[in-house]
Design a protein around this ligand. Structure first.
Ligand code: NAD
Length: 290
């Protein structure tokens, strides 16, 4: 397949490289990042998109996605599919999809989970919104870049699934960290706490698969001085998207809202930027209630 790939950062570069390695003809463009091995370099986003059967974007946010979409939709071949894999707000995903469909193109929002490690290993999970036909066109590429692609519904449904999942993750990690800090102050050994909770009704992915306490449970960023992993500022981005979406549809999300203010303070006022999102545990452990 002839593929255009726009946004070759931490995630996009390994994803594009995996497509090229699988034998696809990939032309890439990024404002600053170099092209990975096997990907030919275009001089602009429009050049990367011209003549491609599928154009994949992997960009920082919705405003940049909308700008890039404005430049590439007019030059894309009739019937081609624009597949955005960035994490962006639901409204931007829907606006870009409507614009692409009005121009006779297919459109998918297909954010991922799995992080940089999953992108490099080709084991991402894709959450996909868009038409059946567009999903069928891109599915073989999802199989190369990932291990699973769930077709969640129409335009925006992939972004909706992503922010709901990450709102659960942010709130669950926060309460797991505060529970460990409470356990410390109650004199409960962290390893015993893990043994109980990981096999009791408090279990979760945050506790069982990504335990925030160093030396307890499986290997996680806590065992590597909280180097990310999944950086706290990326969690904050996703939590803010969840609250933006909740406001837009008048959904009451008090736990998501609290997790958002907590991560905002951690990233913007404390020492959270650049640390894994599970580094809330040493933050709580060092504080009292005040
Ligand atoms: P990144 O900042 O490393 O990469 C983004 C790239 O887009 C950069 O190289 C930048 O130069 C490029 N870019 C910006 N504007 C551009 C433009 N107008 N034209 C062309 N290129 C442009 O970010 P990343 O970590 O690769 O994340 C990409 C997306 O994936 C984000 O939406 C992020 O939320 C999401 N995501 C990231 C992770 C992760 O662990 N890093 C996990 C899941 C989802």
């Amino acid at each position: 397949m002839k593929i255009g790939f726009i946004g070759l950062g931490n995630m996009g570069a390994p994803m594009a490289a995996n497509l090229a390695k699988a034998g696809h003809a990939v032309t890439g463009f990024d404002l600053t990042a170099p092209c990975p091995d096997g990907v030919s370099k275009a001089a602009s986003a429009a050049e990367a998109a011209t003549g491609a059967e599928v154009v994949i974007t992997m960009l920082p946010n919705g405003a940049i996605l909308r700008d890039v979409a404005d430049t590439i939709i007019p030059v894309m071949a009739a019937g081609a599919v624009l597949c955005d894999c960035s994490t962006v707000d639901v409204d931007s995903a829907r606006i870009v999809a409507a614009q692409a469909e009005a121009a006779g193109l297919g459109a998918l929002d297909a954010p991922v989970s799995g992080g940089v490690g999953g992108a490099a290993a080709g084991t991402l999970t894709f959450m996909v919104g868009g038409s059946d036909a567009a999903f069928a066109t891109v599915q073989p590429l999802f199989e190369i870049m990932g291990q699973k692609a769930v077709h969640c519904g129409g335009a925006g449904a992939g972004q909706a699934a992503k922010i709901c999942n990450n709102m659960i993750l942010g709130a669950t990690m926060a309460v797991t960290c505060e529970a460990f800090a409470l356990a410390d102050k109650l004199g409960l050994d962290r390893a015993r706490m893990f043994d109980v909770v990981s096999t009791s009704s408090g279990y979760s992915w945050s506790m069982n698969a990504y335990c925030p306490a160093p030396g307890v449970g499986p290997q996680s960023p806590a065992d590597n001085e909280y180097k990310p992993g999944f950086a706290a500022e990326l969690m904050l981005k996703d939590l803010r998207l969840s609250q933006q979406a909740a406001e837009a549809v008048d959904a009451d999300t008090p736990m998501g809202a609290r997790a958002t203010t907590l991560y905002a303070a951690f990233v913007e006022d404390e020492d959270g930027r650049g640390r894994d999102f599970s580094a809330l545990l040493p933050r709580f452990a060092a504080r009292g209630r005040g």
